[in-house]
Design a protein around this ligand. Structure first.
Ligand code: ASP
Length: 319
């Protein structure tokens, strides 16, 4: 016999991938069956793209980038193609990516021409000199790196135009802005077979945001964080509150120093942020590969895949 019996071969080390496509007022009556179907299919595709990398022994970093890129390319989500407009009708995109072993990170904010903002964040990470590049400087770095550029028309969708029109109506009437206009972002967290963690997030922000406003997504420790000693986190929700909470790092710190598991840490920090007034959701993968999500909105577009398990996709709060 030249090979060991299968019973003596240890199972391949596990991998885990969790994704989100935004949290907010996501209710069954508000989604047409077609829209629900398309959204589930898009989440399934993004999980498949990231899973293929992890299954072959690829890195968590490559996997979260691939999953986020798939969602950026899909007009159903508020990132890349489909991103929401600023009050002036412009596109300003934010993204971050981080790996948990060396805790290298790359992020961009206020990007206007890069087709895939997470790819630009990855270039910043790989370049290694900086962590966060903004606006025209980030756009220039993107061109220098030879990334695919897109005209503003590429990002624009009828859905984003309608959201901005509603935002202006409510603004003119002095009405508070509603949840489904505020949320929507994409993100992924993963643990690969080597045990390395990574997180990535990409967003257009929220409709009607002020020119120059930057949310939590590209801020390391707020909307995005990865540390192999604790967990990887990507958030979606009320960015200003998540920045004030230092939400993603706070979850990692609770796991590291208090020994909480991913679910406990996510739920606690979500509750603390809600107490300040900030709603939204997070996805987490622990150092041992345990996935978790926690949201206090009606729903969150989300999905999870793991070695040897059927991928799961969910949209509403009760599934
Ligand atoms: N957190 C994002 C931001 O504030 C928006 C969202 O996730 O819906 O830019």
């Amino acid at each position: 016999m030249t090979t060991l019996p299968a019973s003596h071969t240890p199972p391949a080390p596990a991998w885990t991938l969790v994704i989100h496509g935004g949290a907010g007022t996501i209710l069954r009556p508000d989604l047409t069956p077609e829209r629900e179907e398309r959204t589930r299919a898009a989440l399934t595709r993004a999980l498949a793209d990231g899973s293929a990398i992890l299954e072959q022994g690829g890195s968590a970093l490559d996997a979260v980038q691939a999953a986020v890129q798939a969602l950026e390319n899909d007009p159903a989500f508020n990132a890349g193609h489909g991103a929401v407009f600023t009050a002036e009708g412009e596109i300003e995109l934010d993204s971050a990516i981080m790996e948990g072993t060396q805790r290298r990170a790359g992020a961009v904010c206020g990007v206007t021409r890069t087709r895939s903002p997470v790819s630009l964040a990855r270039k910043v990470l790989d370049d290694g000199r900086y962590v966060l590049l903004a606006s025209a400087g980030a756009d220039r770095f993107s061109r220098e790196q030879g990334l695919e550029q897109a005209e503003p028309a590429y990002f624009a969708t009828d859905r984003a135009r309608a959201q901005l029109a509603r935002w202006h109506e409510r603004e003119a009437a002095g009405l508070p802005h509603i949840n489904d206009e505020k949320h929507g972002t994409v993100g992924a967290v993963a643990r690969d077979r080597s045990g390395a963690l990574a997180a990535a997030t990409s967003t257009g922000g929220h409709p009607g945001k002020r020119f120059g406003r930057v949310g939590d997504s590209p801020l390391i420790g707020a909307g995005t964080y990865a540390d192999d000693r604790a967990c990887a986190v990507s958030a979606t929700g009320a960015g200003e509150f998540y920045i004030r909470e230092g939400l993603a790092h706070e979850i990692a710190a609770r796991m590291r120093f208090l020994g909480e598991n991913a679910q406990e840490a996510a739920d606690t920090v979500q509750a603390e942020t809600l107490a300040l007034g900030g709603t939204g959701g997070v996805i987490v993968v622990g150092a041992d590969g345990t996935p978790a999500w926690s949201f206090n909105t009606e729903g969150m577009y989300r999905g999870v895949a793991a070695a040897g398990a059927e991928p799961v996709v969910a949209l509403f709060g009760d599934e």
